[in-house]
Design a protein around this ligand. Structure first.
Ligand code: SGN
Ligand code: CA
Length: 540
């Protein structure tokens, strides 16, 4: 019975495919690569000011680079829930990193599996529960660790594995493709890096090099937020004020004591102990050989550093470790792409590279994400699909992580459930750009919580961004994206924009109705938060 039903779904799915898109010869394999907190500013296909990522760039060179891809809620687990369910946070319920993901919901990998795909997931999921619809998985508990991490495995329970997390996830992925792939089935592989998430620990081969590099500062490193509302002023994401000295900048706890530097946050030294403390003797010796001299130099320099010097120093330290962590991701992607090519699989495999959101690399003096402002709202998206996407193409439309589920299901010839809220991107892959959405909806909830970014929702079009901050404030902001791409001037109260505000408010209200969001739901999630008594660190 079950078989007949599965066959039915399959036939239905395949007929849907042929009715909706042009003919796709063979059901493609799908390699979905996602890094955690990987800013588009740190992918050379977008911008090579900071780092070269030749392997990630290969995906764009052979396929399409999306220059206006964005998320619906710029934070880790909620973004993943949007991707898997194809629904906005207020409908899938995973509004922040704390509330558990409701695993009774339909996710696209379950549909792929039921329709004959072999499925595997390796790396960071961050749901606090196991993924459904996967024949095999090895995932990190919570945020996971950089060195010698523990994995939750489908077949062998919990396992601590010696090595560097990015390399381990890459090895698992390639190993599965080599030894466990069933030749008669297409596969869906979720290859999910922890890097470059805080606390940004690179592999030895990279920190040795990156710690010597010096990076160009962003123009807005010393932003004073004077053109904006209270949300930007009150956010706790400043490199100088809110970044941990030990945990993030890798100043040894005893050096902090010696210099009389207090902990930035209560978990500052704890974060260092958790990450650097997880190294074995050999790894620690290699680390100390490089970070030891950096600490020695800091002891000499610190007493004479101005606040401005400290900010500049912290920016360099941040970039050295953040970008150093990306170097291994890029190498790993290269190895997996090489394997696809050597094995002949590349020809019929869609490769998607993205991040769970964007990230601040010192712009506005910030790290972290959360805001609807550009650096965190936008996310990298590079897609390669031989025979469907023309090599070296670009798309500028406002695609969202909300669209991935329906796109992947359509590519696989599986009908998407009617309550998914995204768009199928396959026409864009083919260069057919007419009639695509011209505005996106965004809603962020995790407040009060680590980094103190206020709750807000908004509408973004090519030209404007209208945002409503609520909960403990009632403030609106409007940015003119064309004339103020750095979003330094809130023009909500500027008489010149009265008409724009009026129009966008109406459009925002329509979008809230379209996506089934409402003031009642806003209040519902506030009440749930209060019940839990949260001020949280955002999901360990
Ligand atoms: C941790 C980090 C935060 C980060 C959240 C969420 N602090 O709490 O800086 O915003 O994770 O990140 S840390 O000192 O513990 O690293 S997310 O990518 O999982 O959403
Ligand atoms: Ca993230």
């Amino acid at each position: 019975m079950k078989k007949i039903r599965t066959l039915g779904i399959l036939i239905l799915g395949v007929s849907f495919l042929f009715s909706c898109t042009e003919e796709i010869p063979k059901r493609p394999n799908i390699l979905f690569i996602m890094a955690d907190d990987h800013a588009y500013q740190a992918i050379s296909a977008y911008d090579n000011t900071l780092i070269e990522t030749p392997n990630i760039d290969r995906i764009a060179n052979d396929g399409m680079l999306f220059t206006n891809a964005c998320v619906t809620n710029s934070i880790c687990a909620p973004s993943r829930a949007v991707i898997l369910t194809g629904k906005h946070s207020h409908l899938n319920g995973k509004i922040d990193n704390n509330f558990p993901f409701d695993t009774t919901q339909m996710t696209f990998p379950q549909l792929l599996q039921a329709n004959g795909y072999q499925t595997a997931m390796f790396g960071k999921l961050h749901f606090g529960n196991n993924p459904k619809g996967f024949d095999e998985f090895k995932i990190l508990p919570g945020q996971g660790r950089y060195y010698n991490p523990e994995f939750i495995t489908k077949k062998e329970g919990k396992k601590t594995i010696t090595g560097y997390v990015t390399d381990l996830i890459t090895d698992m992925t390639i190993n599965w493709l080599k030894t466990e792939r069933e030749e008669d089935k297409p596969f869906f592989m979720a290859y999910l890096h922890k890097a470059p998430h805080r606390e940004w620990l690179p592999a030895e081969r990279h920190y040795t090099d990156f710690i010597k590099r010096k990076f160009k500062e962003p123009e807005t490193l010393f932003d004073d937020y004077s053109g904006r509302g209270s949300a930007a002023h009150e956010a706790e994401m400043n490199l100088l004020k809110h970044m941990n000295w030990a945990g993030d900048s890798k100043i040894y706890p005893d050096v902090m004591d010696q210099l009389g530097i207090p902990q930035t946050a209560g978990w500052d030294k704890g974060a260092f102990a958790r990450e650097v403390g997880a190294m074995n003797e050999e790894q620690r010796a290699a680390w100390d050989a490089v970070y030891g001299p950096m600490n020695e130099q800091f002891i000499k320099d610190y007493p004479n550093m101005s606040q401005q010097d400290k900010m500049k120093w912290r920016y360099q330290r941040y970039m050295q470790d953040y970008l150093g962590s990306i170097a291994s991701v890029d190498e790993g992607v290269g190895k997996v792409l090489d394997y696809l090519e050597e094995s002949g699989l590349a020809e019929n495999t869609i490769v998607i590279y993205t991040s769970d959101q964007g990230f601040y690399l010192g712009e506005h003096g910030w790290f972290d994400k959360r805001f609807i402002y550009n650096e965190s709202f936008k996310t990298p998206l590079l897609v390669k699909w031989p025979g469907v996407i023309k090599a070296g193409s670009r798309n500028t439309q406002m695609v969202q992580n909300l669209d991935f589920a329906q796109t992947i299901l359509a590519a696989a010839g599986v009908e998407a459930p009617a309550d998914m809220q995204g768009e199928n991107l396959i026409p864009l892959f083919r260069g057919e750009t007419e009639n695509f959405r011209d505005a996106v909806y965004y809603h962020y909830y995790e407040y009060p919580a680590v980094h103190m970014v206020k709750r807000h929702y908004g509408i973004v079009t090519e030209d404007f961004k209208l945002v409503h901050f609520y909960y403990d404030v009632d403030e609106w902001e409007l940015y003119d994206r064309k004339n103020d791409p750095q979003e330094l001037r809130n023009v909500y109260n500027d008489p010149e924009y009265v008409e724009v505000v009026k129009r966008l408010k109406a459009d925002l209200s329509d979008l809230r109705i379209k996506y089934k969001d409402s003031e009642e739901l806003d209040q519902h999630f506030i009440d749930k938060y209060k019940e839990k008594g949260l001020i949280s660190r955002g999901g360990e």
